[in-house]
Design a protein around this ligand. Structure first.
Ligand SMILES: *[C@@H]1O[C@H](CO)[C@@H](O)[C@H](O)[C@H]1NC(C)=O
Ligand SMILES: *[C@@H]1O[C@H](CO)[C@@H](O)[C@H](O)[C@H]1NC(C)=O
Length: 536
């Protein structure tokens, strides 16, 4: 791709000076404070329609703090997670590369021995090397063993869970369908992650890690938000003392099941014959975002970028515990069966609510419909920090600084959505955005609420939708029409170019997805349910 090659060439020239450790004399440079702080907030399984500001007619406003962020910042309305499942999306955000380059094409498991390939260079590492303080709070899901954990990939500090909050038993299950596996259960009916385990390992509750140590197991989901908030606020408030700009990456447990809204929430009410759990959970997430914003506003308001986005769309099969896709309903698919959100390349799978806020720099109360991706966070942050990405590899993300700060409109000319479970090979780039058009060479559905899975179909020539008039992806263009032919010509060429670019990329990594029961993080394997001593 043009952008990748440009970065490559620029990077080759500069690579000699890029990878130096931060110069110890840097404190003597007159303008160190001008490098901005970055707070990246990633929600889990959130829907485009969950953001109040994204809804034309607001039914209920469950995101007042995010709406304020949008009112004082910029809403990015055509922003996409780089994949529609967890590990691939997070890997692409931190490397600015599609899964077929960085190696992460599907999720890691509790007992995965490895993670994001060590040959990949992660954003926090580059910022750390240049003198940033880097901290991560929340879900990592890029490998938890040895050199794969967050503190080995460029984070000075880490507090969080190594993978999704449904990957392990809990004593008191939150709201999930089917319900989370209780830790007291016997070997029958163990969760699917336990297939390779001894019974004792099946009872591993989810651990909470600080740096490299397990500090709690099983995890208390009900106090997790508070712990995350306390740790994040401490990092923001102590930034001035450290005299370093910082990267704070907060990958929230919200809105992934099991949901665990505050137990005494006065707003929890009975709706449609069932407990309304999603809305109070969304409000709790929004409260956390609000707390981060206020702390940042109080400390270094004009020098801090806050960028909120999601890792993929709602997990539709979780029924009332899944978020809203808004108008992006994927009707071509749903009318033929199956779900069209998380794990699919339908809009509901990867168009995520996104807001960028930087009071002195990003114009308030604005929105941009530039075609952007979570992969763009990496080059954009580096650019804002005055850094260049290493020139020994190719990138798929683009620098969005001009859009955020200067009223620019130029996003991706083409953006590919990898298959993340619904159709074809993991990672295959068979769905292409070209402007407002979107071409599918393969379609597939995720499991819908009720269990319907739909079927996979190949399309040659591809199905092409015009999102400008058809947000629901209901009616593909007639293949005989001239505009179909024009888009087909463009996407065919773009695909060939990308595949060639990847085929000739010397820096492609391969992830090791080997599993081994000893890889499951466990406080004390001698104790039932892997409990930490003193936490029985
Ligand atoms: C985590 O690691 C950082 C960096 O090595 C260190 O400063 C901090 O004290 C550690 N925190 C804990 C709780 O171990
Ligand atoms: C924000 O922008 C909208 C749409 O342009 C406008 O209607 C609204 O009045 C603005 N709000 C503020 C507080 O400026």
């Amino acid at each position: 791709m043009m952008v990748g090659l440009t970065l490559l060439l620029t990077g080759v020239l500069l690579s000699g000076i890029l990878l130096h450790k931060a110069n110890q004399n840097e404190a003597c440079v007159s303008t160190p404070a001008e490098r901005p702080n970055f707070i990246i907030i990633l929600a889990d399984d959130i829907g485009w329609g969950d953001l109040g500001a994204n809804q034309l007619r607001q039914r209920a406003n469950n995101t007042p703090n995010l709406d304020l962020l949008a009112l004082q910042g910029m809403r990015l309305t055509d922003f996409h997670s780089p994949a529609s499942t967890c590990s691939p999306s997070r890997a692409a955000i931190l490397t600015a590369r599609y899964g077929v380059r960085n190696g992460v094409t599907h999720n890691f498991a509790i007992n995965s021995v490895a993670g994001l390939p060590l040959s990949e260079v992660a954003l926090p590492w580059l910022l750390q090397e240049s003198g940033y303080y880097t901290a991560m709070i929340g879900k990592w899901h890029l490998g938890h063993c040895g050199p794969y954990g967050p503190t080995s990939r460029g984070f000075d500090y880490y507090l969080g869970i190594p993978y999704s909050n449904d990957m392990g038993c809990t004593d008191v299950p939150g709201y999930d369908l089917p319900p989370s596996q209780p830790c007291s259960a016997g070997p029958q009916g163990e969760p699917r992650y336990c297939l390779l385990h001894e019974a004792v390992y099946c009872r591993v509750g989810l651990p909470l890690l600080e740096n490299r140590s397990i500090v709690q197991q099983p995890l208390d989901l009900w106090t997790l938000t508070l712990r995350y908030r306390d740790a994040a606020l401490r990092i923001i408030h102590t930034a001035k003392q450290r005299k370093q700009p910082y990267l704070l990456y907060v990958a929230m447990a919200h809105m992934h099941v099991p949901l665990a809204p505050p137990p005494a929430s006065p707003s929890t009410n009975v709706m449609d014959g069932g407990l309304d759990v999603y809305a109070p959970s969304l409000r709790e997430m929004d409260d956390l975002v609000g707390a981060l914003k206020r702390a940042s506003d109080e400390t270094d308001r004009d020098n801090t970028l806050i960028w909120f986005t999601g890792d993929n769309g709602p997990w539709e099969k979780k029924c009332q515990y899944a978020g809203s896709v808004g108008p992006y309903t994927g009707m071509w698919q749903t009318s033929r069966g199956g779900g069209s959100a998380k794990q699919t390349t339908w809009e509901g799978g990867h168009r995520v609510p996104t807001v960028a806020y930087w009071p002195s720099r990003i114009p308030a109360n604005t929105s941009s419909n530039a075609l952007l991706s979570g992969m763009d966070i990496f080059p954009t942050l580096l650019s804002m920090a005055g850094l260049k990405p290493p020139g020994d590899r190719r990138y798929d993300g683009i620098d969005a600084t001009d859009i955020l700060l200067n009223g620019g409109h130029t996003g991706h000319e083409f953006l590919f959505h990898p298959n993340s479970g619904a159709a074809g090979q993991f990672g295959d780039l068979q769905t292409v955005r070209a402007g407002k058009h979107k071409a599918f060479y393969i379609t597939g559905a995720a499991e819908a609420c009720g269990g319907d899975r739909g079927t996979q179909q190949l399309h040659d020539p591809p199905l092409i939708f015009d999102l400008g008039v058809d947000q629901a992806e209901a009616m593909p263009l007639d293949a005989g029409m001239p505009d179909y032919q024009e888009v087909l010509g463009k996407v065919t060429k773009a695909r060939e170019e990308l595949l060639w670019d990847i085929a000739t990329d010397q820096s492609v990594s391969v992830a090791d997805y080997t599993r081994d029961q000893t890889a499951a993080p466990c406080c004390d394997p001698q104790r039932t349910s892997c409990r930490c001593p003193g936490l029985t």
